[in-house]
Design a binder for this molecule. Sequence first.
Ligand code: ATP
Ligand code: MG
Length: 209
Amino acid sequence: MLSFFMQENNIFIIVLVFAYFFNEKSLLSRYETIYSQRFLSIIYSYMHNTGKKESEAGKTQFEMHKTLILIKPDTIARGIVGDILSRIEKKSLKIVAMKFIDMTEELCREHYAHIAHQPFFPKIVSYMTDGPVLALVIEGIDSVRQVRNLCGATDPQFAAPGTIRGDHSCTIDYNLIHSSDSIASADIEIARFFITEEVFQYTKNVYVN
Ligand code: ATP
Ligand code: MG
């Protein structure tokens, strides 16, 4: 409560409301002049954040949505799937679908269309088709960004310690996991690997999400 009144922006709003309520013209004109610039900047910051992609806004998000994870063949071969599932659960995200899939070259071309022209693409195809892939749908507040944070940077050499890639890999050739990079691509990717009936709804824990 006290911290609410200590914030400069909130004091400004309270003074203005008070002034309007008691028709305090002198107070109003004084504060309106002093703070008109500040008022515009508050409005601008709200507009600015609303227009941005969720993962870039840098503000607390409250939207519940789903995201797709592919646990890649190296993770399964190395026997560290459990650690990854555990991180997802400990973050209080909900696993609503999970199954093994065989990534074909055709699926790789569709899923990685944005890098299919790259010289390293054949390497990605042989990596992703080297063994089974575990596909998951994860649900939770701000889940796209939360899961990307758990994964860490694309290149494990630059991924922060404490992230999946930062803790378990040293090379971009074997970076363990895929996750959707936006809510829009999550919707497309989930539909690529799952039919509606495979995605479950259930209550996990009343204290989270
Ligand atoms: P992902 O889509 O797998 O979650 P990402 O979104 O972090 O990863 P993208 O740019 O979409 O990164 O790249 C897709 C995948 O292509 C990477 O995860 C990695 O396996 C592979 N990749 C990307 N860049 C390179 C590269 N320079 N050399 C080798 N492989 C690469
Ligand atoms: Mg990607």
